[in-house]
Design a protein around this ligand. Structure first.
Ligand SMILES: NC(=O)c1ccc[n+]([C@@H]2O[C@H](COP(=O)([O-])OP(=O)(O)OC[C@H]3O[C@@H](n4cnc5c(N)ncnc54)[C@H](O)[C@@H]3O)[C@@H](O)[C@H]2O)c1
Ligand SMILES: N[C@@H](CCC=O)C(=O)O
Length: 527
């Protein structure tokens, strides 16, 4: 079987992938410092303000100058998207799908260059970056195929049973208009590209806003959409701060619907705003996680340790799916913790441009300071610090090679259950552990969160259905060493949260996803 990159296969790629990545990285680094603009109405557009951005790998590594959109740019993008809407939703489904497949092909042609830029911009390692770009490709193809497979969701229904009349019925799904996509920093391409593809194939036009820390990824997506030849105004890209242009987009009268991916507080605020106004407008909000894993006394502990370390510390814990709460049966707790300590000690931390480094920096100074704050809170609370707790980069007494970036040690701590950090999404490489006695206690604790995104389980095969029946989470994994709670891939694992982690109960790339970008019209015509 030939190699197919997913988050589950990325641990063992062929050498050729590394070689191609390294060539692309050299090419991207040679072009650093360029000026990046917005993309509105089919054209690159300069803005009144710009910001110089630096890499979290090295605070002196200047990535480039990035446009900061203002309210005039918001107006221009919204007007362009509104003007393009009638033509785009009248475009036959097959043509829209063809154009989206073309975007997917272009992203795939650029997979190494885009991944190299994302290593620099986000600080993720090369395989995580390559995975994210390939995931974006798959989103474009998946949604284009899915919409065609559903024949645009049009259903002809039986004629009314009325004597003397031919009364024909149909259910037709129609787009909403201008769809705003607001993306997070941690998957700035995939979690922009996925919703953009879904909104476009269903006939909406789009204004995308990237996160403040990651304007480059969104701009690279805009390049691919532009080069695929979508009509002007169908897709528009803005970069800038949430509080400025994010709010302006949400409050804009032309905004017909939103897909937001980000933190719980912001998501809930946007949901309220979208429910207010003249009438409620759809808001797909994919939000945070505080994801648990249960390990029973029947678990394969080597498998468990591998899955736990990958999910708690991969990408520095900066995944909504990251594992942050571990509940282990007391009879196997010491054995598991010993394995975790050994694996954590073997993690290579450092410049993620280098093949050998698995863990790069956290994304910015705020995350770096939060790590110190949380580590200190754990110490003050008397937690048993089993691994880590130190900052290794900027301003620390740490290793010189790391001293210019936001590097931190993976932290593992045994913590009393009363501590508030069991409830708080830290979004950092920090895992807290509790030893339980009764399986039901572990389940009660795992479900003791307002969030319910992903959950992991390691135990006997005869315990798996108990886990599935009782866990309150939208994405579940049993006995998976490739990732206890992380690593969903379009077409394999639909991805969406329960409780406070998601607003719709329908997962990304699921059978039910695209319908959320449409509104139903019942049509009765009497001859
Ligand atoms: N459920 C999922 O699929 C998923 C996926 C990735 C990330 N996340 C979550 O995202 C968070 C990390 O990402 P982040 O730090 O970028 O999140 P964030 O909530 O800080 O920002 C997300 C986006 O919202 C924008 N924004 C912020 N305030 C806004 C406002 N008032 N109005 C409009 N837009 C605003 C930001 O600029 C950014 O583009 C974590 O909580 C993580 O769990 C969830
Ligand atoms: N899709 C990714 C998580 C995205 C959120 O940050 C995973 O499944 O690990």
């Amino acid at each position: 079987m030939s190699f197919r990159l997913t988050y589950a296969t990325m641990y063992n790629p062929p050498d050729a992938m590394h070689e191609r990545f390294e060539a692309a990285l050299a090419h991207v680094e040679a072009g650093l410092g360029a000026h990046h603009r917005l993309f509105i109405d089919g054209a690159d557009r300069d803005s009144a303000r710009h910001v110089a951005r630096y890499s979290p790998i090295d605070h002196e590594l200047r990535l480039g100058e990035f446009a900061l959109a203002d309210t005039a740019d918001v107006e221009a993008a919204m007007s362009a998207a509104r003007a393009a809407y009638p033509g785009w939703h009248a475009t036959p489904v097959a043509e829209r799908a063809r154009l989206l497949h073309r975007v997917g092909e272009i992203i795939e042609e650029r997979v190494y260059e885009i991944a190299a830029a994302m290593v620099l911009e986000v600080g993720k390692n090369r395989m995580e970056a390559l995975g994210e770009v390939q995931e974006t490709v798959d989103f474009f193809h998946h949604y284009a195929d899915d919409f065609e497979r559903h024949a645009g969701y049009t259903h002809v229904l039986p004629d009314d049973p009325i004597a003397g009349f031919a009364s024909h019925n149909a259910s037709v799904m129609r787009p909403h208009g201008v769809w705003v996509v607001i993306a997070p920093f941690n998957f700035p391409l995939a979690l922009a590209g996925g919703p953009v593809a879904a909104a476009l194939v269903t006939g909406n036009t789009v204004v995308l806003k990237g996160a403040s820390d990651t304007p480059w990824a969104g701009r690279m997506l805009a390049d691919c959409v532009r080069d695929a030849g979508l009509p002007p105004g169908v897709f528009n890209y803005l970069s800038g701060a949430g509080r400025d242009i994010g709010e302006a987009l949400v409050q804009h009268p032309l905004t017909a619907g939103i897909t937001f991916t980000g933190s719980v507080p912001v998501g809930r605020q946007l949901m309220q705003q979208m429910a207010g106004g003249a009438y409620p407008r759809p808001c797909i909000a994919e939000m945070g996680g505080k994801n648990p894993c249960i390990v029973t006394e029947h678990a394969d502990l080597d498998r468990a340790a591998a899955g736990i370390v990958r999910s708690a510390y991969g990408m520095g814990g900066q995944k909504c799916s990251a594992l942050s709460r571990l509940y282990v049966h007391e009879r196997v707790a010491d054995a598991l913790i010993g394995r975790l300590q050994a694996q954590i000690a073997a993690i290579r931390i450092g410049d993620p441009r280098r093949r050998e480094n698995w863990l790069g920096p956290v994304v910015n100074a705020t995350a770096y300071d939060n790590y110190q704050r949380h580590a200190e809170a754990l110490r003050v609370a008397g937690a048993s610090m089993l691994c880590g707790g130190a900052r290794l980069g900027l301003g620390s007494a740490g290793r010189t090679a790391l001293a210019r970036g936001y590097y931190v040690d993976p932290l593992l701590a045994e913590l009393s259950l009363e501590h508030p950090l069991w409830q708080h999404e830290m979004f950092l490489p920090i895992l807290t552990v509790h030893r339980y006695r009764e399986r039901d206690e572990a389940m009660r604790l795992a479900n003791d969160s307002v969030m319910g995104l992903t959950a992991g389980f390691f135990g006997g095969a005869d315990e798996v259905s108990w886990f599935h029946d009782h866990i309150e989470a939208g994405v579940t994994y049993a006995n998976r060493p490739q990732g206890a709670t992380t690593g969903a891939w379009p077409g394999y694992q639909p991805f969406g949260g329960w409780k406070g982690s998601g607003s719709t109960g329908k997962a990304i790339a699921s059978f039910y996803y695209l319908a959320q970008y449409l509104r139903e019209q019942s049509r009765t015509v009497v001859e």
